[in-house]
Design a protein around this ligand. Structure first.
Ligand code: FAD
Ligand code: SIN
Length: 535
């Protein structure tokens, strides 16, 4: 086992982790350095896949927009379960992070007059989303942040390094973590007074997801294992329009901004159906559109609906959405028909590690930012393109505090921490001998979560999912002598799934992304529930 120490350790190289690392790198306060670790290569998280863009509330440049209007849209989409102080905090700092991203070197798309080009997505009352190279926003922001980071000499980056367990003493103070380096094949204990979890989403606990393979909720469960409070776990967001294709661990996304630019959903009979479910039609909040697709699929016994892009013009679509165009080509979809087959898929997690406005968890010296954190911004349903904004604003504010505090790595460790270290000192290296069997168990979990804990759930489906999970747990825990990345991920995924199900059982109503068929919303008012909030 190897040992090292740093001033700050950031777990995760998505936009939240990279933004924070870049800000900290500017400070000369950190004599023990900053470490950024990531489970695979730098671009492996959800951030690099972000298409639509980043909400940017800049009334000086965008006359129809205001902070008030963005706050209102966010709370409407979140069905009023949002924390107002978090919504205000994010909205008020939006222009600042847009400017910082531009200063880092991000080139957002501009119109013919060389002005920033704001686009529209579902449930926004005005176009306010900045994007880059059309629909490549996440990749461009990540590339820019990585390029800036490579110019700094006080940040170490460990790729292919998986965080396994946090080191927390008996007084609930976090003093470091244990990781496994897959490339060099060793365990390492890293001591630090500031540990930041930025491990992203949970999509891989579902069969159909837009999330990449690294999104197994590790950070959330690591925090839970040491007693950090989690919240809002019943709120899982399903994007209405993932590309319909079979047997893919990550489904390609067809951005909501395609509907923002005029594309419309049609059912198998060619009818535009979204207007039958909400006055906002194709641009209603995601949960409403996703449920309306489920109803159309049930009605017509079909697996997909179509996105009619002829409404935009096929050539214009190709120019505006180059990433989606190439994803369609890769999956043999002929855009000249004007129709893209789509279906809902898990996309985002509103719940996670409970944090305050300074990203503090309930464990001292442990912080969480990005999708794994629950800041209270999203309530019961996230407004489109608010995630990249949340990642950036919370990373920016956390960096200011960490620079001010500039804590040194801890030197003293109690028995509780020593016992954890001893466990890893005795452990053999990871091996993947049993991974084929573990993969089968993982697929059982994914199928169960999609079927029983998906867009629509009820008491019976949730209880039966708990039974299946217990059965999978018995089988995985019988594999005593094998430790592998996949086994760690599956154990995390099983724990997280159980927590999500228990939260979903506890909330005996339907609101936002949590829809219980045993507590149905009145069909005629469902689409208008949002209009009533804040009225
Ligand atoms: P991620 O970018 O997911 O990064 C997580 C990092 O943690 C990865 O580097 C991963 O390797 C690492 N990690 C995980 N577990 C471990 C571990 N155990 N040890 C070490 N490292 C670990 N939001 C918007 O606002 N606008 C959009 O246009 C948009 N489009 C999207 C399109 C797609 C296809 C998807 C999937 C999401 C989209 N979202 C969008 C949501 C948004 O991209 C994510 O919520 C956001 O990027 C999350 O950033 P993050 O930094 O929290 O995590
Ligand atoms: C999209 O482009 O549709 C995704 C935007 C988001 O998830 O916020």
């Amino acid at each position: 086992m190897k040992y090292s120490k740093y001033n700050v350790v950031i777990i995760g190289s998505g936009i939240s982790g990279l933004y924070l690392a870049n800000k900290l790198a500017k400070s000369s306060n950190f004599s023990d350095g900053i470490l950024l670790i990531t489970k695979e290569e730098l671009f492996s998280g959800s951030s690099a896949l972000a298409q639509g863009g980043i909400v940017s509330v800049i009334p000086e440049l965008n006359k129809n927009d205001s902070i008030q209007s963005h706050i209102k849209d966010t709370i409407k989409a979140g069905c009023g379960l949002n924390k107002l102080n978090a919504v205000k905090f994010v909205s008020e700092n939006s222009a600042l992070v847009a400017q910082e991203l531009i200063n880092f070197g991000v080139e957002f798309d501009k119109n013919d007059k060389n002005e920033l080009n704001f686009t529209l997505e579902g449930a926004h009352s005005t176009p306010r989303i900045l994007h880059s190279k059309g629909d490549s926003t996440g990749r461009i922001i990540e590339e820019t942040l990585c390029n800036r980071l490579r110019e700094c000499n006080n940040v170490d980056i460990y790729e292919n390094t998986m965080a396994l367990e946090l080191l927390v003493d008996k007084f609930n103070v976090c003093k470091g973590l244990v990781v496994y380096n897959h490339s060099r094949k060793y365990f390492e204990a890293i001591y630090s007074a500031n540990i930041v979890i930025a491990t992203g989403g949970i999509g891989q606990i579902y069969k159909n997801t837009t999330n990449p393979e690294v999104s197994t909720g590790d950070g959330i469960i690591m925090a839970h294992n040491v007693g950090a409070e989690l919240e809002n776990l019943e709120f899982v967001q399903f994007h209405p329009t993932a590309l319909y294709c079979k047997n893919k661990k990550t489904l390609p996304l067809v951005s909501e901004s395609a509907r923002g630019e005029g594309a419309k959903l049609t059912n198998i009979n060619g009818d535009y159906f979204a207007k039958n479910y909400s006055t906002l039609a194709d641009l209603a909040p995601r949960d409403v559109v996703a449920r309306s697709i489920v109803k159309e699929l049930e009605k017509n016994s079909n697996n997909y609906v179509n996105l009619d892009i002829s409404q935009i013009g096929i050539e214009k679509f190709k120019r505006r959405f180059p990433t989606i165009t190439s994803l369609c080509l890769d999956n043999d979809i002929d855009l000249s028909t004007g129709l893209i087959p789509v279906a809902p898929a898990q996309h985002y997690f509103m719940g996670g590690i409970k944090v305050d406005l300074e990203s503090r968890t309930t464990i001292k010296n442990l912080y969480a930012i990005g999708e794994c954190a629950s800041t209270g911004l999203h309530g019961a349903n996230r407004l489109a393109s608010n995630s990249l904004l949340e990642c950036s604003v919370f990373a920016l504010k956390l960096s200011e505090n960490l620079i001010k505090e500039c804590a040194c790595p801890p030197k003293k460790f109690d028995e509780k921490i020593k016992n954890v270290l001893e466990k890893y000192e005795k452990m053999d290296n990871f091996n993947s001998e049993q991974d084929e069997f573990i993969e089968i168990l993982f697929n059982e979990l994914k199928t169960t979560m999609s079927k029983n804990v998906g867009i629509v759930r009820n008491k019976q489906s949730l209880l039966s999912a708990l039974d299946i999970i217990k059965n999978i747990e018995t089988r995985i825990f019988s594999l005593e002598f094998c430790e592998s990345r996949l086994k760690f991920e599956l154990i995390n995924a099983l724990k997280l799934s159980t927590l999500i199900i228990n939260s979903a059982l506890k909330r005996e109503n339907s609101i936002g992304a949590h829809y219980r068929s045993d507590y149905p919303l009145n069909e005629t008012t469902e689409g208008q529930q949002y209009d009533k909030i804040l009225a």
